[in-house]
Design a protein around this ligand. Structure first.
Ligand SMILES: [Zn+2]
Length: 249
C-alpha cells in the first residue's frame, strides 16, 4: 500500500500529504485516568500557530477533526477550511471503534457527517479512527463509512478489497516526531510520503498532568516546545498538500 501512495503522490508535483488529528489534548488514551476534573482545552491556541505556519509556506493539510471539537469550535473549523485545508473526520467522541461497537459507531458517524455539512457546507471524504482502531477486528466500520459517503480512510492496518481507498498514516505523530531528529524525518518523508501530527503536540503550553507517571509524561510532553520549529524545517524542505488535493479526490 505504501508503494501505491508513493505512486499517487509522485504524480502530483511531489507533494507530501500533511495530516493533523484535531482532538482535545486530554483525549490521549493513556492519560485519561490522571486528568483533573476541570481543564482548559487550549484548542484554538494550539491550532492558530499551525495555521499561520501553513500559510507562510503555502502548505495545505487534512485536519481529521472530532465531532466534539467541531461542535465546540465551528468558527475555527470554518477558518481552517477557508484557508484551503481539508476537513475530515476523526470520529465524534474519540472512542476506540472496538469499544463503541456497531450501533453506536453508526450514530456517531451520522452526527459527524451532519456536523461537517452544517459547519463547512460539505460532507467529509476521509476518516481516521481514534488511536488507529480501525483494523481487521473492526473492519465492519468500512461498509458503514462507505454508505455514509466516505471515500477513504487513513490508518495503520491494511484491509485490501475494502470499499474505501486506504491512505496509510505512516509513523510520525506522538512521541516519534519529538524524539527523532529532523534529518530522519526528511529521509522518512521521501519514503512514506505522509506526515501526521496533532496541534496539541506542537503547542508548548499544553497543560502538564503532574501526577501522571514519568514515562507517560515523557510520551506526552517530551520536547513539545521544539516541535513547531521542527515542522517549520520540514515545511522549508518539502511541499505539502491535503489528502484530497494530493490524491485528486
Ligand atoms: Zn486521535
Amino acid at each position: 500500500m505504501l508503494g501505491d501512495l508513493a505512486m499517487f503522490t509522485s504524480q502530483k508535483k511531489n507533494k507530501i500529504i500533511l495530516t493533523f488529528d484535531l482532538e482535545f489534548w486530554y483525549d490521549t488514551e493513556f492519560l485519561k485516568e490522571y486528568l483533573p476534573e476541570s481543564r482548559q482545552d487550549c484548542l484554538v491556541e494550539s491550532v492558530l500557530p499551525v495555521l499561520n505556519l501553513l500559510k507562510k509556506y503555502n502548505a495545505q493539510a487534512t485536519f481529521f477533526t472530532t465531532g466534539k471539537v467541531m461542535e465546540k469550535y465551528p468558527e475555527l473549523i470554518k477558518q481552517i477550511h477557508s484557508q484551503g485545508h481539508e476537513i475530515a473526520s476523526h470520529g465524534y467522541s474519540h472512542e476506540f471503534l472496538g469499544k463503541l461497537a456497531k450501533e453506536k459507531f453508526v450514530e456517531e458517524m451520522k452526527k459527524c457527517v451532519e456536523l461537517t455539512e452544517k459547519t463547512i457546507g460539505e460532507k467529509p471524504k476521509g476518516f481516521r479512527a481514534p488511536c488507529f482502531s480501525l483494523n481487521k477486528k473492526t473492519s465492519w466500520a468500512l461498509l458503514i463509512l462507505a454508505e455514509l459517503g466516505f471515500k477513504y480512510h487513513s490508518g495503520r492496518s491494511s484491509m485490501p478489497g475494502s470499499a474505501l481507498l486506504e491512505v496509510p498514516a505512516g509513523y510520525s505523530g506522538g512521541v516519534y516526531f519529538r524524539l527523532l531528529p529532523v534529518f530522519f524525518f526528511k529521509y522518512l518523508l521521501k519514503k512514506q510520503r505522509i506526515l501526521y501530527l496533532h496541534p496539541h503536540e506542537l503547542y508548548k503550553d499544553t497543560p502538564i498532568i503532574e501526577r501522571a507517571p514519568g514515562f507517560k509524561k515523557f510520551l506526552k510532553y517530551y520536547r513539545v516546545k521544539d516541535s513547531l520549529n521542527k515542522l517549520e524545517k520540514l515545511l522549508q524542505s518539502f511541499q505539502f498538500g491535503s489528502v484530497e488535493q494530493v490524491l485528486g479526490l
